[in-house]
Design a protein around this ligand. Structure first.
Ligand SMILES: [Zn+2]
Ligand SMILES: [Zn+2]
Length: 384
């Protein structure tokens, strides 16, 4: 009996500790500002200045934080100056802690989970959201997948976003935080209130994708592959065993499946000439009809090679998957898909879940030879 109680106590402790990992996210990373307003939603916060308690929050506390002397922050509760510090932190201690944040330059406020740390980053303030990984994942799922998706699809996205976060914690190692809230890392605009997203994150709590060697994968995804995904090495430098080209019919009738761009022949010629001196649009060549599916470069005339990736960037195309045809004055680029096309095709995955596939089947369809495991079981991960 005693043994059983001890085991129960240990497993309770384990399950509580196992998910206590928090991440630090630089929020409003693309904005510059010198003051913010903080308003705790719950009374389960204390305010710290340079590591010491400086105020106990109520649910009607409103703090304004602004920069002084380029390196310090001043905190006021309404008009009362609480003090001037190098760093302040709103620290939550309840089961769920949320606060509103508003930049003086922005019209709308945002709701965030857990803690925030504010310091001066001359001449601006720097805001770090210190947040439980699972809370962060729910915000990111909304930022990356949007609203009105199938509930099962949100599970797919939650596992991808969790895997991405844990695999990229060192991305901003020299900046003093782990991830930013922009496309550069993952889009994160605060709390998601969508019940389908919250349920999906809860249902997949802790699950990540690993390769055959139990290493977190680079869970790359994009909008639509146009019918064929690409190998990692077709787009980036190194081949990865789980990022393999594969046909995909699930996305073919989805919104981003096809695109078209029309250009004047003179515009197209100007572009080619700028790119490679002497290149010209030659209507007699059959390459206008080819659709390069998984080739890294676009082969042009007389041995010239222009990487498709460059053409996509230069002309702002949705993908590198297109054919070219020419009529009298016009060159038409008929394209398929949207994005880099390596890894999981979001519109294909959405359609799969709409037609009855579960999240495990979707992830195994797009990522070759992977496994889904709890991240606390990762070998020498430091997460357990
Ligand atoms: Zn980043
Ligand atoms: Zn696809």
């Amino acid at each position: 009996m005693m043994k059983r109680i001890v085991i129960l106590a240990i497993s309770f402790l384990y399950s509580t500790l196992a998910y206590s990992i928090s991440v630090s996210i630089h929020i409003y990373a693309d904005k510059t500002f010198s003051s913010v307003i903080l308003a705790p939603l719950n009374a389960t916060y204390i305010l710290e200045g340079d590591g010491k308690r400086i105020d106990s929050c109520t649910s009607s506390s409103v703090y304004s934080v602004s920069i002084v002397n380029d390196s310090l922050v001043q905190v006021k509760n309404l008009d009362r100056v609480i003090g001037i510090f190098s760093r302040i932190r709103l620290r939550g201690y309840g089961p769920r802690n949320q606060f509103f944040l508003k930049l003086s330059s922005e019209k709308n406020n945002r709701l965030y989970d857990d803690d925030i740390s504010i310091s001066a980053d001359k001449p601006n303030l720097k805001l770090l959201s210190i947040i439980d990984l699972e809370h962060y994942v729910s915000g990111v799922v909304q930022g990356e997948a949007g609203l009105r998706r199938p509930p099962e699809y949100y599970k797919v996205q939650a596992i991808i976003c969790r895997t991405y976060a844990l695999n990229n914690l060192a991305r901003h190692i020299n900046d003093g935080f782990e991830l930013c809230d922009l496309v550069h890392c993952q889009v994160y605009n605060g709390v998601s209130k969508n019940p389908d997203i919250l349920n999906a994150v809860e249902a997949t709590k802790g699950i990540v994708i690993v390769d055959a060697n139990n290493q977190l994968i680079n869970a790359a995804f994009f909008s639509n592959c146009g019918g064929q995904t690409l190998n990692s090495e077709d787009v980036w430098n190194s081949p990865l065993p789980y990022l393999k080209s594969r046909p995909d019919t699930f996305c073919l009738h989805q919104p981003a499946a096809v695109w078209q761009k029309l250009m004047l022949v003179s515009e197209w010629n100007n572009y080619l000439t700028k790119k490679e001196k002497g290149l010209k649009c030659d209507t007699t060549k059959s390459y206008y009809d080819t659709i390069p599916i998984s080739k890294r470069v676009y082969l042009y005339d007389k041995g010239y090679l222009i990487p498709l990736k460059e053409i996509r960037g230069d002309l702002n195309l949705h993908s590198t998957f297109f054919s070219i045809t020419k009529t009298d004055n016009t060159v038409t680029l008929d394209g398929r898909g949207y994005g880099h096309r390596v890894g999981l095709c979001q519109e294909g995955a959405i359609h799969m879940t709409q037609t009855g596939y579960n999240y495990q089947q979707v992830l195994h369809f797009y990522y070759t030879g992977v496994q889904l495991i709890d991240y606390t079981l990762l070998p020498s991960s430091g997460f357990n």
